[in-house]
Ligand binder design. Structure first.
Ligand code: NAX
Length: 327
């Protein structure tokens, strides 16, 4: 059998954690032949630690054959020791009517401390996915706080936006989700993201031509995907959890195990591609192989798309400026 991989999950007693841990332990993220060790972080608060113990009891009660060990932590310096994968979920979640900007400073502190801890004790090859919002900027802060780790190790979750877009497109065009190829979402995980199906195909045919409705794109599709998080909060009284956990599993699985040439969307530090300033944590179309992601190059950006990309980039630059004094 393979040596176990160590996976840290922060905010493990929260609602996304409750949908995530069981699927990691059952092998859905790293493979059905890959043993795992779970190192779970929660805030030191007595209630949170007690809730975490309860979740661990339930994971234990599943008797997952691949789960070698599961531990509870209140300090990132022990939770992140020797880890291969970090899922940074724990953050201050957005409630009804709350603005993203309010979350920025509260979360900056968390991700500075966690970036430093990753820098000090994680494996040098650690793959980090930030889920906690504002995800792109939190990932940027963690990356900046971990100067000894390769910056490519830090990513933000755009996969939920990607999956939301796929589902809307499949319904509109009357095709199967699995048959849609080469779709992507550019930019920030926020309502400004630009879900882009100009290159998407179904069975080799252009999905854009099949839909052939620019009004639907601009006035229905983009707002529906962009505001989906708010629509879920409105309907459920709670933010997306199971779908977010599912997207996190997809993101890490594809990064570790590869995409066989297919496109997925990841929030990654820009290398300057498509005029996005280097280091900006931005959603790009990527393919994954051998544990590495590569940006899909050479896509034409038309006027409408450039305006959308500029808008989401401007928002990210503003968030970055808002935390600059902390880095
Ligand atoms: P919950 O409030 O249910 O759980 C968060 C948990 O994190 C709590 O148990 C809390 O004690 C813990 N926590 C807070 N600070 C921590 C710290 N410094 N270290 C360790 N644990 C800490 O929120 P949940 O619904 O699970 O959402 C978690 C985060 O995901 C939120 O920031 C939310 O906004 C974000 N989301 C991101 C999405 C994305 O696509 N990137 C989509 C879903 C979700 O909204």
């Amino acid at each position: 059998t393979k040596p176990a991989m160590r996976v840290a999950v922060t905010g493990a007693a929260g609602q996304i954690g409750y949908s995530l841990l069981f699927r990691i332990a059952s092998g859905e993220m790293l493979g059905k032949d890959q043993p795992v060790i779970l190192q779970l972080l929660e805030i030191p608060d007595e209630k949170a630690q007690k809730a975490l113990k309860g979740v661990i009891m339930e994971v234990e009660d599943c008797a997952f054959p691949l789960l070698q060990e599961i531990t509870a932590h209140s300090d990132p310096m022990t939770a992140f020791k020797d880890i291969d994968v970090a899922l940074l979920v724990g953050a201050r979640p957005r409630g009804p009517g709350m603005e993203r900007k309010d979350l920025l400073s509260a979360n900056a502190q968390i991700f500075t401390a966690q970036g430093k801890a990753l820098n000090a004790v994680a494996k040098r090859t650690v793959k980090v996915l930030v889920v906690g919002n504002p995800a792109n900027t939190n990932a940027y802060i963690a990356m900046k706080s971990a100067p000894d780790l390769p910056k490519e190790n830090f990513t933000a979750m755009l996969r939920l936006d990607h999956n939301r877009g796929l589902s809307q497109l499949a319904t509109k065009a009357g095709v199967a989700v699995a048959d849609i190829k080469t779709f992507t979402v550019w930019g920030n995980h926020s309502p400004t993201m630009y879900a882009d199906y100009r290159f998407a195909t179904v069975g080799g045919k252009s999905l854009k031509d099949m839909i052939n409705d620019q009004d639907w794109n601009a006035n229905v599709f983009l707002p529906t995907v962009g505001k989906r998080g708010a629509a879920i909060i409105d309907a459920r009284g709670l933010s997306s959890a199971a779908s977010a956990a599912n997207a996190a599993i997809d993101h890490i699985r594809d990064w570790v195990l590869g995409t066989n040439g297919e496109w997925v969307t990841m929030g990654i530090p820009s290398d300057g591609s498509y005029g996005i300033p280097e280091g900006t944590m931005f959603g790009f179309p990527v393919t994954c192989a051998d544990g590495k992601y590569t940006i899909v190059q050479g896509l034409p950006i038309d006027e409408f798309s450039q305006a959308c990309i500029n808008k989401t980039l401007a928002e990210l630059e503003e968030e970055k400026a808002g935390v600059a004094h902390l880095l």
